[in-house]
Design a protein around this ligand. Structure first.
Ligand code: PLP
Length: 486
């Protein structure tokens, strides 16, 4: 019996690792076969022998051998033992020598979508984080969420609801969202106009996918939400930045851009402009809709934090008076929790069907249980109660935060009290590049002022969320920001 293979698995099997032993044996044997150390026809030690050598249970080796036989790496030669399969291709990675196989490098020429020069989301890590307007996740009682999941789980089990289903999302949630949009935001919609998405980011991407072909022009404000722009760029869009002021996007600049380019879409956050927080004035909204009709572009209206408006009556979304021209994108991330990843798109049914088709191609159908749990929270009134509670808390935090900015950053930073949303837009008298460079040294993380800018001439500032921080945290973070300012 030919057994030239030196059993050298011992140093590669480690019971302290969190990979099961049988899996480690499988991985080590495959690696030896791939590298050509074990060649077709070579007999392996008997399971008893190998178990003894490795100091493991014989059953563990048997399971590993059986698995490798089932996968086609090994053949069983009956009473003569187990050998490396005869029909294996040439050692796949022999040319890689003895290098440890890891996922650290790409072995072929991938066509990476060009990633931006900084991560789109602030990486998690130690120290203080100033976000761009996230909610305080600690304020939603975990027990309420757990109960909603429990109800949704039992209901799905009873109704055979764990199956593949409509990519437009949970019927109950689509119904609830449509009712809410109609009664509270004046959108003329039914459930047929709604597709549930994984957050509004996913909604923006899917909406853009129904519109944009490589080379198409998309208008965005010179200060805007970078992940949306990155999504448009990933689809091959030609980005056209236009200016904005305290009344929102400059409509004359939009018109000029449309006269010079075939514009396919305009991306706006009219309720609370990201990052500056200003609302798009009514007359500008009407003119933008008029331009959409005239030049045949679609408006992607991102209404990511509609629920939080602290002054006067909020303006209704543009989708309410420009149906057919607007793809409306909303989210439960700010009202409920970002981690649930629930957003939605409201649009005419053919657009919804196209978006749903993309959902089928990408994640199949969304997340039934989470969507049904969210529908349960809407149905049982808990979400409404939560909204009422956090609106009060955030209103107070907004005032406290403003006072803290005055106290800590007065003299170097300027701001306008935001009417709504969960963030301040701060303009600085100090060198922002230096300040951003020093932030890490004082243990502070925040989005770079450049992340909002789609052109170099755009005004610079920082968007600082106030809602996720209690008073102590806000005070500490703003003091650190002051320190970074030098
Ligand atoms: C302007 C804007 N749009 C979209 C999003 C994406 O939110 P989500 O995907 O969690 O709904 C955010 C998140 O902060 C945002 O600020």
């Amino acid at each position: 019996m030919l057994r030239p293979w030196q059993v050298s698995l011992g140093d590669r099997i480690d019971s302290a690792r969190d990979v099961p032993i049988y899996m480690q044996i499988i991985q080590a044997l495959i690696r030896d076969i791939e590298r050509g150390r074990l060649t077709s026809g070579t007999y392996l030690p008997s399971s008893r022998e190998l178990a003894q050598i490795l100091g493991v249970n014989r059953k563990t080796v048997v399971i590993a051998y059986e698995d490798l036989i089932a996968q086609g790496w090994l053949d069983s030669a009956g009473t003569r033992g187990t050998m490396v399969a005869s029909a294996l291709p040439d050692p796949v990675r022999r040319h890689q020598g003895e290098a440890e196989v890891t996922m650290s490098t790409a072995a072929i020429d991938y066509r990476f979508a060009s990633p931006p020069d900084r991560p789109l989301a602030l990486p998690s890590g130690p120290g203080l984080k100033l976000d761009e307007g996230a909610p305080d996740g600690r304020l939603f009682p975990a027990e309420l969420l757990a109960r909603a999941y429990r109800v949704a789980t039992h209901r799905a089990s009873r109704d055979n609801g764990f199956q593949y289903r409509d990519p437009r999302g949970s019927p109950a949630l689509r119904e609830s969202i449509a009712t809410m949009l109609k009664s509270q935001r004046g959108l003329p919609v039914t459930a047929e106009n709604i597709c549930i998405t994984r957050g509004s980011q996913n909604g923006i991407f899917l909406a853009a996918h129904t519109l944009i072909c490589p080379g198409d022009s998309v208008i965005v404000e010179e200060l805007t939400y970078e992940p949306a722009v990155a999504a448009f760029r990933a689809l091959g869009a030609n980005i056209l930045p236009v200016g904005l002021d305290e009344d929102g996007i400059d409509i004359d600049a939009v018109e000029l851009a449309c006269r010079r380019n075939a514009v396919r879409a305009v991306f706006v956050t009219p309720h609370h402009q990201f990052p500056t927080t200003v609302s798009l004035r009514p007359e500008r909204r009407l003119r933008l809709l008029e331009l959409a009709r005239q030049f045949g572009f679609a408006i992607i209206e991102d209404d990511y934090d509609h629920e939080f408006h602290f002054e006067s009556q909020p303006l209704l979304p543009m989708a309410g008076y420009g149906p057919g021209l607007v793809i409306y994108v909303g989210s439960l991330s700010k009202l409920l929790l970002p981690a649930l990843r629930i957003g939605y798109v409201a649009a005419p049914p053919p657009v919804i069907d196209a978006i749903a088709h993309m959902v089928s191609l990408t994640d199949g159908m969304g997340n039934t249980l989470t969507e049904d749990a969210a529908a349960e929270l809407i149905e049982n009134g808990e979400l409404r109660r939560h909204a009422r509670k956090v609106r009060q808390i955030y209103a107070k935090r907004r005032g406290d935060f403003a006072a803290e900015i005055d106290r800590t950053l007065g003299g170097i930073a300027d701001y306008r009290m935001p009417d709504g949303g969960l963030a301040f837009w701060l303009r600085f008298d100090t060198d922002l590049d230096q300040m951003e460079a020093r932030a890490a040294a004082v243990g502070l993380r925040f989005a770079s002022s450049r992340s909002f800018m789609t052109r170099d001439s755009a005004p610079r500032g920082l968007r600082i969320g106030f809602a996720s921080l209690n008073q102590h945290e806000a005070r500490t973070a703003l003091a650190a920001l002051r320190e970074a300012a030098g």
